[in-house]
Write a protein that binds this ligand. Structure first.
Ligand code: FAD
Ligand code: DLZ
Ligand code: SF4
Length: 507
């Protein structure tokens, strides 16, 4: 008899560990443990989602005939860690060993490998590319450009392929996907599910045990099983997908989700299969329900970016999260944890993160990420924040996005140049600036937008590293053409802003 570990983000019937074991003889182990619930101060909604979905998945397995040894967080015998639970259950059932699907985090991979038990780790087949395929693709390349990897994934899956050519003649329709914020959004947002009894029990537990964590536990509306997640997906495919592409980069004061799918949490936890999701989106295109720019853009995020960042995480190894190529060392300011700020874009992005454990890609990249990079915040602190606050955050996907794409801390493996912008970009893509205390038009002075000041501060302090980057030459030429008095004022005001922020003043 073997134990079969199922982790909180492995809630898939097709999990390799379940497929390779036998419900007649083997025993599934699932455990809510303090270690997993507190390696970062997770958003309460994320913990409630994980525990609810775990409990429902355990019930489903039992109905299918599995014996499931499930540990609840409050159980007396709970050892507090996954390894501890496996060791305890192995003794209880006199198990010959443990079978598991590779976890999505080095921390756990190492902890499981160090257990005094016979272990058998299986590849996680819920992804499209294997580690070997990614490494073969990456080997010998000077730059690991997602776009080329993505094309291979299109060929591999056959998604949006017309023979060996991309559907419509182009691989990438991103050019059509940068429309600014629309006046009205004609999609009501993600489907919301009233908590049933099982979820309510978890909400009580999380409310009691994690009351101090940043984030609102209620209203809790996430799907917590595959049936619900599929209902939500169907709702989005009809209402959201058609305009997903057009407004993918837009941000609006009064709308937290726009046309985004809000499915990262469901795919990452295993409730939805990424390929199935893409095939349904592809069908919407062939049925004439959604345009190619939307469908291609969406499929690229999943079989392109999602697979690519996973490849990077596993290729770069356990030290990736400690990288700090730019030597940034500022503490994460309290505004990330909800303290007041006068910057409306930051306020709105953090506020919705607190309420929903969700912000969309451009808020993460061009608002909170951009600000952290411009202000020189230590990437490890930024990483800890993103890992904690989003319901879809697991290290394999979060770290390459934060350490690599957003903070350039991996020295350009993921991003060929830093994703930085002045207030202009935010102004173009959102209605945030219209209701901000700062003025986006002001480049210096009392009301100057801090993004404007910090943008030049960043370029100036990292001149040696970036002035030779062909994609940044223009920025440096603009800076160099500015007169010295103006330059001096920008840098002085940027430094002053940073000092006031560090001192905890309202900025
Ligand atoms: P949509 O915008 O509707 O996109 C559809 C799906 O595409 C997503 O659900 C996701 O599965 C996939 N996807 C899109 N972009 C990416 C990407 N860059 N990397 C991986 N998958 C992608 N995504 C996470 O799943 N977990 C994270 O912890 C995470 N942290 C991020 C941190 C930063 C700084 C940035 C810039 C991006 C991060 N992303 C992360 C990627 C992306 O922002 C989220 O996947 C997306 O916002 C989730 O919302 P959605 O489901 O509405 O996505
Ligand atoms: C995110 C999370 C949380 C909050 N709690 C648990 C838990 O108690 N038990 C569990 O098995 N998994 C949990 N998870 C998901 C794990 O942290 C995740 O499996 C690892 O980070 C690897 O991706
Ligand atoms: Fe953000 Fe600057 Fe616009 Fe204010 S003015 S919302 S700080 S970009």
């Amino acid at each position: 008899m073997r134990l079969v570990l199922v982790l909180g983000d492995q809630l898939s019937s097709g999990l390799s560990a379940l497929l390779k074991t036998d419900k007649a003889t083997d025993i599934v182990v699932m455990a809510e443990v303090a270690d997993e619930a507190s390696y970062v101060p997770h958003h309460p909604k994320k913990i409630a989602f994980t525990f609810s979905a775990m409990r429902k998945f355990a019930d489903k397995l039992r109905k299918e005939g599995w014996v499931v040894a499930y540990t609840k967080l409050d159980d007396q015998a709970n050892t507090g860690s996954i390894a501890g639970e496996l060791i305890r259950r192995a003794a209880e059932y006199d198990a010959s060993g443990v079978v598991y699907t590779e976890p999505g985090e080095w921390r756990l991979i190492e902890a499981l490998g160090a257990m005094p038990l016979k272990t058998h780790s299986l590849p996680d087949t819920r992804f499209i590319a294997t580690h070997q395929e990614f490494d073969d693709w990456a080997k010998g390349r000077k730059q690991l450009r997602m776009e080329y990897f993505y094309r291979d994934m299109r060929r591999k899956t056959g998604l949006l392929m017309d023979g060996d050519k991309p559907e419509g003649g182009k691989w990438n329709y991103d050019h059509d996907n940068r429309k600014p914020a629309p006046d009205q959004v004609d999609y009501p947002g993600p489907m919301r599910f009233a908590p049933d009894e099982a979820v309510q029990e978890v909400l009580m537990l999380v409310g009691r045990r994690f009351a101090e964590n940043f984030g609102d536990l209620t209203p809790f509306w996430f799907a917590t099983d595959t049936d619900q997640a599929r209902q939500h997906l169907a709702h989005w495919l009809t209402g959201g997908l058609p305009k997903f592409g057009d407004f993918q980069d837009a941000m609006i004061n009064d709308n937290r989700f726009l046309y985004h799918a809000v499915i990262g949490l469901y795919i990452n936890a295993g409730l939805l299969d990424p390929l199935e999701v893409c095939q349904k989106a592809e069908q919407a295109y062939y049925d004439g329900h959604a345009p190619l720019n939307a469908v291609e853009g969406f499929i690229r995020q999943i079989i392109g970016w999602r697979e690519y960042v996973r490849g990077i995480y596993f290729r770069e190894g356990p030290g990736y999260t400690t990288r700090n190529a730019l030597g940034h060392d500022r503490k994460l300011p309290a505004m990330y944890w909800g303290s007041e700020t006068k910057m409306n874009c930051m306020d709105k992005s953090v506020d919705q993160t607190k309420a929903e454990a969700y912000a969309h890609h451009i808020q993460r990249l061009m608002v909170t990420g951009n600000f952290a990079l411009l202000a020189g915040i230590a990437p490890a602190e930024v990483h800890g924040w993103y890992l904690a606050v989003y319901a879809d955050a697991y290290e394999w996907v979060e770290a390459p996005n934060v350490i690599g794409m957003s903070q350039f801390a991996d020295n350009g493996i993921v991003a060929s140049k830093p994703y930085i912008s002045s207030g202009n970009y935010i102004h173009k893509m959102s209605d945030y600036c219209g209701t901000c205390t700062y003025r986006v038009q002001d480049k210096t002075g009392e009301n100057a937008c801090p993004f404007n000041l910090l943008y030049w501060h960043f370029l100036d302090r990292h001149r040696a590293r970036f002035s030779g980057n062909p994609r940044m030459g223009n920025m440096y030429r603009v800076w160099d053409r500015m007169d010295d008095v103006r330059k001096e004022a920008v840098l002085r005001e940027a430094n002053d802003f940073l000092q006031r922020m560090d001192a905890g003043e309202l900025v």
